[in-house]
Design a protein. Structure first.
Length: 346
């Protein structure tokens, strides 16, 4: 079967994976750049330089774990976008050079499509048709997926992505980066009812034909949190209220995400939900979707290792595109705004 080497360098994870066929993961290495914690967010130039320093070692580690050599690879799959352009260029350049040197094909992969395939690597039933919620630091999208390669966008964020909102909320609360896990830990000891926030773009009067029915917006929620923090701080109660504020913010985000996802379930009649992206690792989100869906449906979410940016999902997506004959030339280039392949608006 085809051996695929996947390469991921879209943001601050340097990753390589060796996949045999559709789902046999032989080797997988992820190097996370913890240095960005010092700045409260990813610094693009630092990320690009780190990829340059570590990519060779990461690829070597994945090949060693798989027990194969670079000459054994049949296809190179690499993230071509979207993402940080400097970081993307490191991976694309490496992948094209290796493919050219070995006379092998290279496949450019869309990062967000790959997040859809990540879950299927661990859950064989996470196959179309399904409703997909892609929630990461850069994107929030609600999709109807009748088949691989066919994607209908039901809704998307109009401003901050869910992951970005968590990062900004954590900074407001004085919690460390990345924000999602920090908010989740703090919320465990909090009572969300002490600080209820309005759910943005969510009301009972909305109808499926309206864009607001599925779209997301989190910038106003972030502002509401900042204003509440100022009030609590003036009262000298901030330290004691941080767990409750974190719980209330998380509750609001999860409520919006879950409500709109279940709207898609009702409209499509499909009770299979697939999560993708870093926020898919939220225990609160998974639990709420499972609760609302009930026993007659299924929520499929990737493990923490595959919910973050990783090369296993890149290799899996490259396999799909390669089997369809979609091979790139050496003119393949990185694009920070790479269009989602096969995507159409409802």
């Amino acid at each position: 079967m085809t051996l695929i080497l996947g390469i991921e360098t879209s943001c601050d994870e340097t990753s390589a994976a060796v996949l045999r066929g559709e789902d046999e993961l032989l080797g997988h290495v992820i190097f996370t750049q913890d240095v960005h914690r010092l700045y409260g967010g990813v610094v693009p130039e630092i990320a690009s330089r780190a990829h340059l320093r570590t990519l060779d070692d990461v690829v070597e580690g994945a090949l060693r774990e798989a027990g194969v050599g670079l000459d054994d690879i049949d296809v190179f799959g690499v993230t071509a976008g979207p993402g940080l352009i400097g970081a993307l260029l490191v991976g694309v350049s490496w992948g094209k050079a290796a493919a050219w040197a070995g006379g092998k094909p290279v496949v450019g992969v869309h990062h967000m499509e790959a997040h859809l395939f990540a879950t299927q690597l661990e859950h064989p039933d996470a196959r179309p048709p399904f409703v997909a919620l892609l929630v990461s630091g850069g994107h929030t999208m609600l999709l109807w997926v009748p088949a691989w390669g066919e994607y209908v966008q039901l809704g998307a964020t109009r401003d901050d992505a869910a992951g970005e909102a968590f990062d900004k909320a954590a900074k407001i609360l004085g919690l460390p980066y990345p924000g999602g896990p920090s908010i989740q830990r703090a919320a465990e000891g909090g009572d969300p009812s002490r600080h209820r926030f309005t759910r943005p773009l969510l009301n009972r009067g909305q109808r499926p034909a309206e864009a607001e029915y599925y779209d997301f917006s989190f910038s106003g929620l972030k502002t509401a949190l900042r204003n509440r923090v100022r009030d609590v701080e003036r009262a000298g109660e901030l330290e004691a209220e941080v767990p409750h504020l974190a719980a209330a913010f998380q509750d609001a985000v999860v409520d919006v995400l879950a409500t709109k996802t279940l709207r898609a379930v009702r409209e499509t009649g499909c009770r299979r939900i697939v999560l993708g992206g870093g926020v898919a690792n939220s225990r609160a989100l998974r639990a709420e979707l499972t609760r609302r869906l009930g026993g007659s449906g299924a929520v499929h979410a990737p493990s923490p290792r595959l919910s973050t940016d990783n090369a296993a999902m890149i290799a899996r997506t490259a396999h799909f595109r390669y089997t369809r004959g979609e091979v790139a030339g050496l003119d393949l280039n990185a694009r920070a705004d790479l269009p989602f392949p096969g995507l159409r608006k409802r």
